[in-house]
Design a protein. Structure first.
Lengths: 803, 342
């Protein structure tokens, strides 16, 4: 909402002082100043001057010499680059010493040998308009008798003014008007606020002879005030009115529309005008629409209405306007209009809000009505103001007023407890102080016993209903910055949950392993899931910002591969990336409570989970397994196993399911080469993805102390020929079982395929370290364990010892 | 003439019949291509036979054309089948050749290059740590929410003008506009209040969504942190003091804060809070206020017994300010040249 200082002063003449200080007061009241501009001020030294003579410059084509009378008594010579003036013209002249709005200081100087004692100015140079082409010619723009030497601002009747652009919250419909802002500002400054009133003598036939209004649905329309104007003004508005509309950001259109807008900006009440002759039966019926009724609105659009929309119908019950949102084209006034019916109404905010939203039709009127216009005296005040402005332009108001009532908000006196307000705000305000604050902005406040106020909420505060709402008004007027700052005295211990601590640990481990954390957006393009070998079953968005971001991911794979491809395209070579982020799995369609999904009032929400993914480009599957091992160790995961599997999108012979404590929790391996080709990735990508939520919330190994042995260990190397279909893990399990509690460490140190090992088998070489807590192992001890390991491994896995 | 065509036709049909065997024996895609060229290419016997069709009587031409086309279709089908077979075989061969036993865990050479934490994660962790020091725990919740959690419980009924200002991204689940990507992390506050008795001191960081076109300062997916304190006697003075303490802890003791009245449906009184800049001007950081009694009631908390404050602001912007990042899209591009700077 924009306001002008001069306009505010018409409601509170004592508003004044430094504009910047006023801005601070407005912001502190919650009318946040987004922008402030000082208008209508001109630099000292710019005066009216008359052109006495024009001569060519002897040595320059593009400059002429102007002889001017600036009222100082002597004639000045000015060099000027413009040629649009004639002898006798009145022009603005900046005297030597003037500092122009651009910061330029006018000096006495010579141009090509000719002295110049000042500057003739264009509109743009004075910031009075956009015209930079020629010098301003003021002959018709100043009052008769204005003499050279008169300061230009005075000659043009310009007064310095301040324009503010304010941000107004949706709870302040009243502050979408000059009057409402003035009321707050006056209260903030402690000066008087007195809205003017307007009335005009009426004449001629009584309105009831020409028009009638019926409120069919009282829940829609709280009040409908109508008047009839004859000889409505035609043509443009007077300049002062157009100037103010322009300053506040509205385009002048014609006198009647401009008056309507002027009253709305000034007093907050939108109005509508009908060409009465075009209203069938000269009768207005206010009702709800029937499904499918149609109307062509003022903007030329054909609109279809739905049951519940508020409408204005005529005597034939045809819709001629959408209540509070936009009028209809059929009754629009034009040059032939003889009688205008002016509507000032109060509409039910939720009704207007629903209609405006459904039709996606926002208007200045709808904005005010959906936030709640004033349902009190202001409706009449605005009608008076409208009629008065129209009458000034020659309209003849018909006698009488139509005033129909529907259901208006019922805001009985509200009991406000002083202690409750102080307890909420942390203040120690007295009953009197609170009452004063509230009265300063038009609330009624009467003491009700020792400890409470009986508060009457003004009719321009539709959003204000409760004790807490009133507390906000008290806080606003008291000043948020005057509330003493304290901190809660509660004695709560802060901290991360175990899950959150572990998640940070996961990040630290991965960063330590050389991975960069990525955060792709969680949406993918249609087909992106299928492109990486996954089912194309992602949940879709109804109104995606971009069609390429219209499906919710069901895996972190598309985002990570996109990141790998992006980095390859940008010559960063191979990268190690990770991500912790949500995936959204479709909930079952039967409407039953999904396993991991959640029910909402409208049906199941997705099964949403936090996943971890690691992508290592240019690396093979074992690299991803090594990362998994790091995590398993850092998180003390129990029994992490790899189960043979060919997960979608992954390399079928280089991938496995990650099993933690017996439950499948993710996948590890390499991305399938066809998927990589589809993503434009060269080389291999090692991949790990786990359901972080399940893993971190699942069981952990308790790290229990084992005494460190003081005795020397013995090491044994064993190499087995193992058929390819036997996993190394099986061999290791057999070795562990055989070695028993004396096994201190086991390590696979070589895997070999080739000559010397039968086709279809490979050699796996293990180093086993044995150690006892209480003695040095003898050769016999070691030999016995060694043999047990060989026997057990051969028996359980069909591996054979290589000699 | 006729007999020559008959010969050509028969020859071609014979060749087509033999092609199946040749294709079945083909060892690679190249061999298939050779056979295809031989039988269907520009200089193939098919082309030659087709050219001769024009010399026939119209009566014979139809019959000969039909036979020729039938033979061609047979060849085409066989070629396609051979291709599919060989592609699948190549794929299977490759997979077989590349088979790895992932449980063969040989020691890996450890990379001695450190990775990096995403700048948004770093900002989020720092914020969490400051609030943890002030006695808060960290709460989280889903990113896809119902209208109840995202709007209604927060005192934003379906007709409320504030709904439009959120630019919500809706999800095709359930009734229209009933399931959405959360537009703030306030739903987490509701979930916590529904599930726990006060006193409650939480911060809720996380991803939020608005239908904003991505540009240098906007992303449709971004991050917020919100705070909530509910206790017996939490005041607006406590809110101002908490904001102040946070600002000093996070930005430095020389930075000041101020509250300005504002409007949010879920708080009353509501405020926006600003922080001071070195040049004396103010920078708007976020919104806050005393939790609206309707919100407490919606969560089963008696507003006569309990009261409190909530606040919220963007995380991404803090990372942008800290590192002087000029294009927020870098946060989701995942370019290692960007990521490894932090």
């Amino acid at each position: 909402m924009r306001v002008l200082l001069s306009w505010l002063r018409e409601f509170a003449p004592d508003i004044g002082g430094d504009p910047a200080a006023l801005s601070d007061v407005l912001s502190a009241l919650g009318l946040t100043v987004e922008d402030m501009t000082v208008t209508g001020s001109l630099p000292d030294g710019v005066v009216l001057a008359r052109v006495l003579d024009l001569r060519p410059h002897p040595d320059a084509d593009r400059i002429q010499l102007v002889e001017a009378d600036d009222g100082s008594g002597s004639t000045l010579q000015v060099c000027c680059g413009a040629f649009n003036m004639a002898v006798g013209d009145l022009v603005p002249l900046a005297r030597v010493g003037t500092v122009m709005p651009s910061g330029l200081e006018i000096a006495r100087r010579k141009m090509r040998g000719q002295p110049s004692e000042g500057m003739c100015c264009s509109e743009a140079e004075l910031e009075l308009g956009g015209d930079a082409e020629g010098i301003m010619i003021l002959n018709d723009r100043v009052a008769d008798g204005a003499a050279p030497g008169l300061p230009l601002a005075e000659a043009l009747g310009l007064a310095p003014d301040v324009l503010w652009d304010l941000e107004v919250g949706a709870n302040r419909p009243d502050a979408l008007s000059v009057m409402g802002v003035a009321r707050d500002l006056a209260a903030g400054l402690g000066v008087a606020f007195e809205p003017p009133d307007w009335s005009t003598a009426a004449s001629g036939a009584h309105i009831t002879e020409s028009a009638a209004v019926e409120i069919v649905d009282p829940t829609l329309c709280g009040r409908f005030v109508g008047r009839v104007l004859r000889n409505a003004p035609q043509g443009a508005s007077p300049p002062w009115l157009a100037h103010r509309l322009t300053a506040l950001g509205m385009r002048p259109i014609n006198a009647v529309v401009d008056i309507s807008n002027y009253v709305m900006l000034e007093l907050g009440q939108p109005s509508h005008t009908f060409d009465l002759a075009r209203v069938a039966g000269a009768r207005i019926r206010v009702r709800r629409a029937r499904d499918g009724e149609a109307i062509r609105t003022l903007d030329g659009a054909e609109r279809t209405l739905a049951a519940g929309d508020g409408v204005i119908a005529d005597g034939d019950d045809n819709v001629i306007g959408i209540a509070g949102v936009m009028g209809g084209a059929s009754t629009e006034i034009d040059a032939d209009t003889s009688e205008v019916l002016v509507e000032m109404a109060w509409w039910d905010p939720p009704s207007i809000s629903r209609t405006a939203k459904r039709l996606n039709l926002s208007s200045e009127a709808a904005t005010r009505f959906r936030r709640g216009a004033d349902w009190g005296y202001n409706v009449e005040r605005c009608m008076n103001r409208f009629v008065q402005l129209a009458a000034e332009l020659g309209a003849e108001p018909a006698d009488g007023v139509i005033d129909k009532r529907g259901d208006r908000p019922d805001r009985g006196p509200l009991r406000v407890r002083i202690a409750r307000v102080n307890r909420l705000l942390g203040t120690g305000l007295s009953t009197q102080q609170m009452a004063d604050h509230l009265r300063s902005i038009g609330f009624g406040a009467d003491p009700a016993g020792e400890a409470a106020l009986e508060v009457t909420i003004p009719t321009w505060r539709w959003d204000t209903e409760t004790e807490t709402d009133v507390a906000e008004e008290v806080a606003r007027l008291h000043g948020y910055e005057n509330i003493e700052r304290t901190v809660p005295t509660g004695n709560e211990a802060g901290g991360l949950s175990g899950y959150q601590r572990d998640r940070r640990l996961v990040r630290e481990v991965l960063v330590g392993a050389g991975c960069c954390e990525t955060q792709p957006m969680p949406f993918v393009a249609p087909g992106a899931l299928a492109a990486v070998g996954l089912p194309e079953d992602g949940i879709t968005l109804s109104n995606p910002v971009d069609d390429r971001e219209s499906v919710l991911r069901t895996s972190l794979l598309p985002g990570q591969l996109a990141a790998v491809a992006y980095n390859q395209r940008h010559f960063s070579g191979d990268v190690r990336l990770f991500e912790i982020g949500h995936i959204y799995l479709p909930a079952p369609e039967d409407g039953l409570e999904p396993a991991g999904g959640r029910m909402s009032e409208s049906g199941p929400l997705p099964d949403e989970r936090e996943f971890l993914a690691v992508a290592l480009s240019g690396e093979e599957a074992p690299a991803a397994v090594a990362v998994l091992d790091l995590l398993a160790e850092a998180l003390a995961l129990p029994a992490v196993e790899l189960r043979q599997a060919s997960p979608p999108g992954l390399h079928p012979t280089r991938s496995a399911e990650v099993v933690v404590a017996g439950r499948g929790r993710g996948t590890v391996g390499e991305v399938d080469h066809e998927v990589l080709e589809a993503c434009g990735i060269a080389g291999r990508v090692a991949w790990l993805q786990i359901d972080l939520q399940e893993v971190l919330n699942g069981p952990r190994t308790r790290r229990r102390y084992r005494p460190v042995s003081k005795y020397p260990p013995s090491e044994v190397d064993l190499a087995f020929a193992v058929p390819e279909e036997v996993a190394a893990a099986q061999v290791e399990r057999a070795l562990r079982a055989a070695a028993g509690s004396l096994l201190a460490r086991i390590e696979l140190f070589d895997a070999y395929r080739g000559p010397g090992v039968a086709e279809g088998s490979r050699s796996l070489a293990y180093r086993l370290r044995f150690q006892a807590p209480d003695r040095t192992l003898t050769d016999a001890d070691v030999a016995e364990i060694r043999q047990r390991c060989i026997d057990e491994t051969s028996r359980r896995t069909s591996a054979t010892l290589r000699s | 003439m006729r007999s020559s065509l008959a010969r050509v036709l028969e020859g071609y049909e014979q060749a087509a019949a033999e092609a199946e065997e040749r294709l079945a024996a083909a060892a690679d895609i190249g061999a298939v291509a050779d056979i295809e060229r031989d039988l269907l290419g520009r200089r193939s016997r098919f082309t030659a036979a087709k050219r001769q069709l024009g010399d026939l009587d119209p009566g014979e031409r139809a019959e000969a054309g039909r036979r020729l086309n039938a033979a061609r279709q047979r060849v085409e089908t066989s070629v396609a089948a051979a291709r599919t077979r060989l592609t699948a075989a190549a794929r299977a061969d490759r997979h077989a050749a590349e088979r790895l036993d992932l449980t063969e865990r040989l020691p890996q050479a450890a990379p001695l290059r450190r990775g990096s934490f995403h700048p948004v994660t770093q900002a989020r962790d720092r914020l969490e740590d400051v609030f943890i020091g002030m006695g808060y725990t960290v709460a989280e919740g889903p990113e896809v929410e119902s209208a109840w959690y995202n709007f209604e419980a927060l005192n934003i009924p379906e007709w409320h003008p504030a709904r439009g200002s959120f630019d919500t991204i809706f999800v095709n689940l359930g009734e229209p506009e009933q399931v959405m990507l959360r537009s703030h992390t306030s739903p987490v506050q509701i979930r916590v209040m529904e599930n726990r008795k006060p006193p409650i001191y939480i911060v809720a960081p996380g991803r939020t969504f608005r239908a904003d076109t991505a540009d240098a300062t906007h992303l449709p997916a971004f991050n917020q942190i919100e705070g909530l304190a509910i206790d017996r006697n939490i005041t607006m003075g406590d809110l101002a003091g908490t904001i102040d303490e946070f600002v000093r802890a996070f930005f430095g003791t020389e930075v000041k804060s101020r509250l300005r009245p504002s409007y949010f449906p879920f708080t009353e009184p509501s405020a926006e809070f600003d922080i001071s800049r070195p040049d004396g001007s103010w920078l708007e950081l976020g919104g806050c206020g005393m939790v609206h009694p309707n919100v407490l009631r919606n969560c089963g908390i008696d507003p006569e017994q309990w009261q409190g404050f909530a606040f919220g602001f963007g995380i991404d912007r803090l990372a942008v300010m800290r590192h002087e990042i000029d294009d927020i899209r870098e946060f989701v591009n995942n370019d290692v040249r960007f990521l490894s700077q932090f």
